[in-house]
Design a protein around this ligand. Structure first.
Ligand code: ATP
Length: 762
């Protein structure tokens, strides 16, 4: 017995805060029609979480709040609290309960508030909770949501009117089995959610599958590429080790050979010095000049000598000739040219001749011609004789004079010739001397020239060697460049660890041949090239990204897999739990029903003085009404969509009557049967309280008495709150409340005595 009181504030006609102490076995509420009695019953329904507005006689949440009257304004909030005594911890948490609501208090206050906007809030001891929490903490008290323990006005035969399924729910509630139902519903919800999650996870996995397959293939490619890279690394190690050694060896060798350059430089400077010496020989030049001058002088001296000699010879001849002429009596003037003839003399002779000739021509006979010619001969002879006699004297003089001149000339020339001869001699001597000097110089020059040519040929040899070295150096540089490039490429392809090639150990059977043939090394390089191409063909780009993605994706897949396994596990256990709960519910329900049946028969007997009444578990086909399909289709559907409904059937048999069908009972009989059943249920599993709103309205006096007696029995197990106009009922009440409503439309409550109550009820 743990109901304490009900508090109303702003709920329906209870505008002011109103407290009803309900801790007596039977509390009767009396009052005139429309004073607000039923509002009290509804307040109880409301606070226990009723969701049906119809059951609360309203259309919306605002209908539950005091609407106001002429004298009093409307309110914005309606609230009801029901207070239970929890010193015995009837609300105590039971094992396995999941509810997080703290019910460890001596007093439990359950409150519900409704606001102007229709919103509701639920509280347990002032803390906001969900409706579900209220349901859960109430379920063990056998006062579930079916509200079977609150019989509203006009609902006395409610249980007879309801469907077999609703009846079953009521009885489950009454038997405190709703907890199982909640658990089953909860578990089924979880199961559904689990199934959804499984579906979702499986579909996610299915979605992942092709991606994983793709990534796996990529990973295989990556693995292959990795192997290739490994192979490449090994090849690179050997290649670089050998190449490095080769380049160093060649480098060293060339450096040694490079010494030849110094030699060449040395040689060049020697050659330059020699060249200078050879080109700069001024004495030589001077002596050459002198020599050629002397030779020229000598030549001209000789020429002069020859000329003088010739002149002298001629003079000698002339002198001899003149001396001879001087010795002769007659000199041919012709030779001397002394006998000059004037033109007059010649003209005179020519005239003589011409005249003779002309005469002869005139005569024209030979003898005359002959005589003329003789005469002409005589003329010419005479001329010449005259002429010669004249000349001889002049010639003599002339020759003597000429001889004297010639001899003087000869003496002069002779003197000149002597000078000339001496000069010639001197010059010849001088030239001889120069020649001697020059011979010595020439010898020296020839030595120098010889060494110049020697050095030159050595130089050209060295220079060609240097050229070869330069070529080799050029080649080395290009090889070094190749090495560097190749190495950089290797770092990109294989990674930094390629730098460790120096530590690579060559297999003993292929030792490091520094001057090895380049062919094997070239082969290695080709092999490397081939692998590089293959690697490139593999086309693995962002390896790390793919690996990461593969890891992430397969982790996700694994996660999904285990999640599916887990989910399936919990699905199985949920299914097990549901089955178990259902079985338990079934067993307890059947047990409960058989217990109720025992009580039901007893109460029925008490009410009707005989007959039988029992409950039975029934299965019925549920009817479907689908308005969206026509008759024909419906038939088809009906065949497929037959749903079996399980519920409770009520079987009665009144004494002395053969009526078995409930619909054939009278109003009073219906009320009595209902009350008997309600009381039987209450007896088996008593709720903390029962609210009976004019359940006795249809009873005649005799039955009212029986009803009153039964209330007495019942009130030993549950608090009874009866709203009544029935005097008999009032007489059984321990506390009586009278409700009045004044002109202000506000319900007020006051304790009344029995007599007053009777008065009130009128
Ligand atoms: P009866 O004996 O005829 O069954 P009753 O005492 O049970 O009557 P109720 O039905 O509880 O009377 O009360 C109805 C009264 O409550 C009416 O007067 C109605 O105006 C009033 N009422 C209902 N809802 C509100 C509300 N929201 N605000 C103010 N008054 C309300």
């Amino acid at each position: 017995m743990y109901l304490k009181r009900l508090e109303l504030s702003g709920f329906k006609s209870f505008a002011k805060k109103t407290i009803l102490e309900l801790d007596s076995p039977i509390t009767a509420i009396v009052g005139p029609n429309g004073s607000g009695k039923s509002n009290v019953a509804e307040a109880v329904r409301f606070v226990l979480g009723e969701q049906s507005m119809k059951s609360l006689r309203g259309k919306s949440g605002t209908d539950l709040i005091f609407k106001g009257s002429k004298a009093h304004g409307a309110l914005g909030r309606g609230a009801v609290s029901i207070i239970f005594d929890n010193r015995k911890r009837v609300f105590a948490k039971r094992e396995g309960e999941e509810t997080g609501i703290n019910v460890d208090f001596d007093e439990i206050i359950i409150s519900r508030e409704v606001y102007g906007d229709g919103a509701n809030s639920y509280l347990v001891n002032g803390s906001q909770v969900r409706l579900k929490d209220i349901m859960e903490i109430l379920a063990p008290l056998n006062i579930g949501s079916s509200g079977h323990h609150i019989i509203s006005q006009g609902e006395a035969d409610k249980i007879l009117n309801s469907s077999i399924k609703d009846r079953k729910e009521m009885i489950e509630d009454a038997l405190g089995l709703r907890v199982y139902q909640y658990k089953i519903i909860e578990s089924e919800r979880k199961l559904e959610k689990t199934n959804e999650n499984i579906k979702e996870a499986e579909s996610l996995r299915r979605e992942l599958a092709p991606h994983i397959a793709f990534l796996k293939k990529q990973m295989e490619k990556i693995e292959k590429a990795r192997e290739m890279r490994e192979e490449l690394k090994r090849l690179y190690f050997e290649y670089f080790k050998r190449e490095d050694a080769y380049l160093k060896a060649v480098g060293n060798k060339l450096e040694n050979e490079g010494a030849v350059r110094k030699e060449l430089n040395q040689l060049d400077s020697e050659i330059a010095a020699l060249k200078r010496e050879l080109s700069l020989s001024p004495e030589n030049e001077a002596s050459n000049k002198k020599r050629s001058e002397s030779e020229d002088s000598l030549q001209s001296a000789r020429n002069k000598k020859d000329e003088l000699s010739r002149k002298l010879g001629r003079l000698e001849g002339m002198i001899e000739l003149e001396e001879e002429r001087a010795g002769e009596k007659e000199h041919s003037s012709g030779n001397l040219g002394l006998s000059m003839v004037t033109i007059y003399e010649v003209e005179a002779v020519a005239k003589e001749i011409t005249d003779l000739a002309d005469r002869a021509l005139l005569e024209g006979n030979i003898s005359f011609f002959q005589k003329t010619i003789l005469e002409i001969k005589e003329v010419i002879k005479g001329f010449l004789k005259r002429k010669r006699e004249f000349d001889n004297k002049a010639v003599h003089n002339k020759i003597a004079e000429k001889l004297k001149g010639l001899k003087e000339e000869r003496e002069k020339i002779q003197k000149e010739l002597d000078v000339c001869l001496r000069e010639e001699e001197r010059l010849a001597l001088e030239i001889e001397k120069i020649k001697e000097l020059q011979e010595g110089a020439k010898e020296n020059l020839r030595d120098k020239e010889r060494s110049f040519f020697e050095l030159s040929s050595k130089r050209s040899e060295l220079s060609s060697r240097v050229g070869i070295i330069a070529l080799k150096e050029e080649k080395l540089r290009s090889e070094e460049e190749d090495f560097r490039r190749e190495f950089e490429e290797a770092v990109v392809l294989v990674g930094e660890e390629i730098k460790g090639y120096r530590d690579f150990v060559l297999t003993p059977d292929t030792p490091l041949l520094l001057e090895e043939e380049r062919v094997p090394q070239e082969d290695r390089r080709k092999k490397i090239e081939r692998i590089k191409i293959r690697l490139e063909d593999a086309g693995i780009g962002q390896t790390e990204e793919i690996e990461n993605e593969y890891r992430a994706t397969s982790t996700r897949d694994k996660f999904l897999e285990t999640e599916i396994t887990d989910l399936k596990g919990s699905k199985t256990s949920l299914e097990g739990l549901i089955a178990e709960l259902k079985e338990k519910l079934d067993i307890e329900f059947k047990n409960g029903v058989s217990k109720i049946n025992k009580e039901f028969t007893e109460f029925f007997h008490g009410m009707f003085g005989g007959g039988t009444a029992s409950l039975s578990v029934a299965r019925r086909e549920k009817k479907h009404y689908r308005s969206d399909i026509d008759e024909e289709e419906r038939e088809l559907f009906d065949k497929e969509e037959k749903e079996i409904e399980e519920g409770i059937e009520i079987n009665v048999s009144l004494p002395q009557k053969r009526i078995k069908d409930l619909t054939m009972l009278s109003g009073g009989e219906r009320a009595l049967t209902s009350i008997a059943l309600l009381f039987a249920i209450t007896q088996v599993n008593p709720p903390p309280f029962l609210v009976l709103d004019e359940t006795d309205a249809a009873l005649d006096e005799a039955n009212s008495r029986k009803y009153g007696e039964m209330l007495g029995t019942l009130s030993k197990l549950s608090h009874l709150i009866v709203i009544t106009h029935n005097r008999e009922t009032m007489s059984h009440a321990s506390v009586l409340y009278g409700i009045t409503m004044g002109a202000d439309g506000i319900s007020r409550i006051l304790s009344v005595k029995f007599d007053e109550a009777v008065e009130y009820a009128k």
